[in-house]
Design a protein around this ligand. Structure first.
Ligand code: ZN
Length: 124
């Protein structure tokens, strides 16, 4: 992939990373606030606030996971392997990268993963 394309995707990914970091920080803040008001509530309020906490928790997990994918893609850029499928090593279609710049798999492998035909590679 040429440098101009890489720069284009890097910019997309860096913007996304910034947004996600802010979102994760904000959700953690909300979670703490929800916890702090817990003690002064009746049972109905407490139930809804525990639901809200769960929601916030799931939300922050999603953001965190997403953030990891974005950071993974950025570190792939540093290593010069950005845009290669981690499963088969093929170059990922640019139209796919335009839509999903943090994609780790080509569309073929992604579909197999979603059908459970491939083991998801776990990385730290
Ligand atoms: Zn592949």
């Amino acid at each position: 992939m040429d440098k101009k394309k890489i720069d284009h995707y890097r910019k997309l990914l860096e913007t996304r990373r910034l947004n996600l970091r802010e979102s994760v920080a904000r959700t953690e803040e909300d979670g703490r606030a929800a916890q702090a008001t817990d003690s002064a509530q009746d049972i109905a309020d407490r139930a809804s606030s525990s639901y809200q906490k769960e929601f916030l928790f799931a939300q922050s997990n999603n953001d965190r996971q997403f953030l990891q994918m974005v950071e993974h893609a950025l570190s792939n850029m540093t290593e010069g392997v950005y845009g290669e499928c981690e499963q088969c090593g093929e170059v990922i279609n640019e139209r796919r990268l335009d839509a999903v710049p943090w994609a780790r798999h080509c569309i073929g492998c992604q579909e197999k993963l979603e059908r459970g035909e491939l083991e998801q590679t776990q990385e730290s």
